[in-house]
Ligand binder design. Sequence first.
Ligand code: UDP
Ligand code: MG
Length: 196
Amino acid sequence: MAGSPNVVFVLGPPGSGKGTQCANIVKTFDFVHLSAGDLLRAERSTPGSEYGDLIEGHIRNGTIVPVEITCSLIEKAMKESGKNRFLIDGFPRNRDNLDGWQKQMGDKVKEVYVLLLSCTEEVATERCLKRGQAGSGRSDDNLESLKKRFQTYQKDTMPIIKYYEAKDMVRSIDANCNDKDAIFSEICKLFDEWKS
Ligand code: UDP
Ligand code: MG
């Protein structure tokens, strides 16, 4: 990889708008959006993938896929993009993710900060259920999976956010309101330094 790619991690509970806002960011700023969840869903659906069943089991159960799989998919996508600024959405989600990332990528990238989209479980659950009813086709946009996804977020992802907070690397945005444009305006203030 040429140079040292810049990485912004985008975290927040399921339904906090990570995918939506990352799509907005890449329209205005020169970033490549890599969603760990999307990369895993694509790998799961690749015919002949040796990890398909394992990934689907974790997704339905709201648990976290072993980092070797996720990190390799991210690194491959980074290389294939040929670019050097990345929004990595929905990762790292637990200690295993963080350790594996640091081991595999620590020397290869510059971590800029964590963009944290914070919102309540109530707001986020409603959004995911709506997304499921609107035909998201996601096997985890149902109440049972959602409860588990939130448990995982609280138990496994919050300590990762705390880890980055202690390094003063978290930029937090209130993502509770349903006005996506208003939230994006707040994000733009943070990303101003990347304006070309
Ligand atoms: N997932 C994972 N590792 C990752 C990202 C996602 O194991 O680094 C799995 C996990 O089971 C998670 C699911 O993929 O619950 C969906 O993740 P995604 O980020 O798409 O969901 P979101 O949080 O955006 O609703
Ligand atoms: Mg997402």
